[in-house]
Structures are given as structure tokens and as C-alpha cells.
Design a protein around this ligand. Sequence first.
Ligand SMILES: [Zn+2]
Length: 70
Amino acid sequence: MNNIQNIYCPNCGDRALRVNSYEAKIMRTSCPHCDYLMVQCSETGKVIEAYAPGLFPSGCSQLSTSSISR
Ligand SMILES: [Zn+2]
């Protein structure tokens, strides 16, 4: 059973969705406006997966640039 909440995206401030899955014990926050994604364990609060285009500028793009220059 899933519980869906309307929240504000912590990344861009627009409307985002938080889905609480009681069976899987995970909480998934996703924003369609900026591709923000956060998957947390709803029991421990531990972050399983997180992706935010604006919050992590030193992510994939920088890694791929440095590997090309070598
Ligand atoms: Zn957003």
C-alpha cells in the first residue's frame, strides 16, 4: 500500500511527490521539474539513492571530463 503526498521540492521549490511504500519500507521523493530524486528507508531514514541536478555539481559530468583528459 502506497501513501502519496504532495510536497515542495527541496531542490527547485516546485511541486514534487513523496511516495511512502509501507511494504518496501521506503520513502521516495521525486520532482518532475528538475529530476530530483531521493529514496530513503522509512524506518531508519537512511538515504538509499539520491540525485539532484543542482545540489551535486561535482557529479557525473566532472568525473567523465577528467577521465577524457587522461
Ligand atoms: Zn525540483
